[in-house]
Ligand binder design. Structure first.
Ligand code: ADP
Ligand code: MG
Length: 685
């Protein structure tokens, strides 16, 4: 790939500034596209100015002064043959005073506003010109930039790059057949320097054919790189594990419920993957409460039955402990019924050194067929005898590196099952997750009464407290979720403690518990244990309970300052209730007055219970970068294409990627080199 230093006319500081923007190659520089454009191709007569327009005027400075009232300002008057216009600067340098001296001839660009003396421009862009200086021949691009890098310098760099760059097509024309898209070279030229009569609003909304052509190329590059990785994985060895004939069927027999159709379907998909001799990388999505744990257990049993070990990793101690207990019950029932001897090791931060060493020894010797734990599982000291399957619960909570580390614990590479309760909208799943196989549990177990969601102003807090009392006195249990205070963990902790004290004082007749992120794991577990057992009626908690906790008897949840929380977070929290057969209620307390964004979020959560709809809305409100969270660190973000706007292009790109890789491998490499050079090493998740 040609680096920027090959363009001799680029100075070192300019190159280093471009590097700061992530631009290291000539191709990368040309794919640094404008954010917007200004029209400097025309000069408007001052008489013809209209309020709100962005325009260019030209004339002579006939008056200039620095005033001090009402505040310091540089004010000048520009005159052309048709009238006068005020130029106002609230911040300025001595050089600008000189530039705006009476008698200077200037070309200015800016927005027309109302001023004290008729129309004015505030902080216009100014250029000293001679009477015959030509106007721009193309629209002027405005690029994303960084401190120290001026627009003229970026423009200069791009103009130089355009002269030397290879703008040939990378893929066979066939790839674009029937799409009505222009070629690469004219598209690049048109976007960096659009003709004066180009449609400015179409350009800025990125809906012109040239933008679409580049968006398509970018989407295609993303598909190609992800699918190449997907295909490559099929050449890596993994244990081919036959279906379970004893353990899984027996567990199904022992369970108090039948799997839903959706669960059966995904169990079959996973089982089929495990039989292959290359590593499974499957993402299991299912809304909160859809029953992913039992699906994970079925997969684990297939591996265990054939002598392979299984690792189950959870993001929090509470959750790891809960999984451990659940698996213990399920697996012990097998030990009893069909005389298997399945052992489970738990690795958690709250263990004593001795317990931990015993667990490590059991994992290393293979005595424990299943290891459950937090991120403690992929630490160096953990050695598996024969790891065949790694299951990661709430995968979005883990970083890319952590998931990779767990995979390295097996030889050959273990199969990997990732689970998430944050549903991934279709367009995201098609793009950023194109390297994974995806299974969806799209049905909740029967007998769940839908959760009623209420939005209540904090002013009615007393009524809510009364409600908590009644619910708990009637034998039910409740969560009280403390506000999220992002700026300060200390403040968050204090709020939790205060709320706890306040609840204890308010409800002397109830046993109130407290759980927050700063507690020792053992303390947390003890509290959760008491809550599970029904000994605690009201649990005051920070958002640590967001993931996975399962206490079916809890049917009331109050979330304070719900307006501060994100949609997915609210959905996850709300999913902690409605897990039993009793009718459940989630009360979202909000503080007046709500911002627009907060109002929009609360409306979505109030109106919807379907996790997929909520996720879709979340994606629209936050954009893919925020939505993807940790996965972002491993996958380059799209810069040009927009998943919503360009959904049709995504569809086409997806459908052709595999066959392009097969039929035109060289062209695919060239395309990836052009588009992925800025992305660095694609982390393989
Ligand atoms: P999640 O998908 O959020 O991890 P869990 O696996 O914790 O959900 O399951 C939620 C609850 O539903 C658990 O108590 C579990 O035992 C129960 N459950 C799972 N599958 C079924 C089913 N098919 N029928 C009835 N209850 C089920
Ligand atoms: Mg779960």
């Amino acid at each position: 790939m040609n680096t920027l230093s090959e363009i001799k006319a680029l100075s070192k500081p300019l190159i280093s500034n471009l590097n700061k923007l992530g631009i290291n190659t000539i191709q990368g520089l040309l794919l640094h596209l404008p954010l917007r454009y200004i029209d400097e191709t025309r000069i408007t007569a001052i008489r013809d100015l209209r309020l709100g327009d962005d325009v260019q005027c030209e004339g002579e400075i006939v008056h200039a002064e620095v005033t001090y009232k009402p505040r310091k300002a540089l004010i000048a008057r520009l005159q052309d043959a048709s009238g006068q216009l005020t130029l106002r600067f609230l911040h300025f340098y001595p050089s600008q005073i000189a530039q705006l001296a009476v008698g200077k001839y200037l070309r200015v660009y800016g927005e027309i506003r109302h001023g004290f003396f008729g129309y004015e421009m505030v902080h216009p862009q100014c250029k000293n010109v001679g009477e015959s200086t030509q106007v721009a021949e193309t629209l002027t691009p405005i690029y994303p930039t960084t401190a120290g890098l001026t627009q003229p310098n970026i423009r200069k760099a791009i103009a130089l790059a355009l002269k030397v760059a290879d703008l040939a097509e990378t893929l066979p024309l066939q790839a674009y057949k029937g799409m009505n898209l222009p070629a690469f070279k004219p598209s690049i030229h048109a976007l960096h320097s659009p003709a004066p009569d180009a449609n400015l609003s179409a350009l800025e909304s990125r809906s012109t054919a040239e933008w679409r052509r580049l968006a398509f190329d970018e989407l295609l590059a993303q598909q190609l790189s992800m699918r190449k990785h997907y295909i490559k994985r099929r050449s890596i060895d993994a244990p081919a594990i036959a279906a379970s004939h004893q353990l899984a069927p027996q567990l199904l027999n022992n369970l108090a419920f039948n799997l839903t159709h959706a669960q059966q379907k995904v169990v079959a998909e996973i089982s089929h993957d495990l039989m292959q001799a290359h590593p499974m990388q499957r993402l299991l999505q299912g809304d909160v409460g859809s029953g992913k744990t039992i699906v994970a257990c079925m997969a684990a049993l297939q591996a265990i039955e054939h002598g392979w070990q299984v690792a189950l990793m959870a993001p929090t101690e509470i959750l790891a402990e809960q999984h451990f207990k659940k698996f213990e019950t399920w697996l012990k029932s097998l030990n009893i019924h069909i005389a298997w001897n399945i052992n489970i090791a738990l690795l958690s931060g709250s263990q004593s050194k001795k317990e931990r060493e015993a667990a490590l020894a059991d994992i290393a010797s293979g005595h424990a067929q299943l290891a459950v734990g937090t991120h403690a599982l992929f630490q160096e000291a953990v050695n598996f005898k024969k790891l065949g399957l790694a299951i990661i619960d709430e995968q979005h909570r883990f970083g890319v590196q952590q998931r990779l580390a767990l995979r390295k614990k097996g030889e050959p590479e273990p199969h990997q099952l990732m689970m998430t309760a944050t549903p991934i909208p279709r367009t995201l799943s098609m793009s950023y997750f194109a390297d994974l196989d995806v299974s969806v549990i799209d049905e909740l177990p029967p007998g769940r009464t839908p959760i009623v969601t209420k939005l209540v102003s904090d002013e009615r807090r007393d009524e809510i407290l009364q409600r908590v009392r009644e619910a708990c006195m009637a034998g039910s249990q409740a969560y009280w979720v403390c506000p999220l205070i992002e700026e300060s963990e200390a403040l968050q902790l204090q709020t939790a403690n205060d709320t706890f004290a306040h609840m204890q004082a308010t409800f002397p007749e109830l046993k109130v518990g407290l759980v927050h992120g700063r507690m020792k794991p053992a303390e947390k577990q003890a509290v959760m244990q008491e809550f599970s057992a029904g000994e605690i009626q009201l649990l005051v908690a920070t958002t640590v309970i967001e993931v996975g906790v399962d206490v079916p008897n809890a049917s009331l949840m109050i979330i304070e300052h719900a307006e501060r929380m994100g949609l997915s977070q609210l959905h996850q929290l709300r999913g902690r209730v409605g897990r039993g057969s009793a009718k459940s209620t989630c009360i979202l307390l909000y503080q007046n007055k709500l911002s627009e964004a907060a109002r929009a979020r609360l409306k979505v959560i109030y109106e919807n219970t379907d996790g997929f709809l909520i996720a879709q809305a979340d994606l629209q409100l936050r954009g893919p970068g925020e939505f993807l969270g940790t996965r972002q660190s491993g996958v380059p973000m799209l810069k040009i294409a927009d998943l919503e706007r360009d959904a049709d292009l995504l569809e086409v790109a997806k459908n052709m990627a595999d066959s392009l890789i097969k039929e035109y491998p060289k062209a695919v490499e060239a395309h990836l080199a052009r588009w992925m050079s800025h992305a660095g090493e694609l982390v393989k998740v």
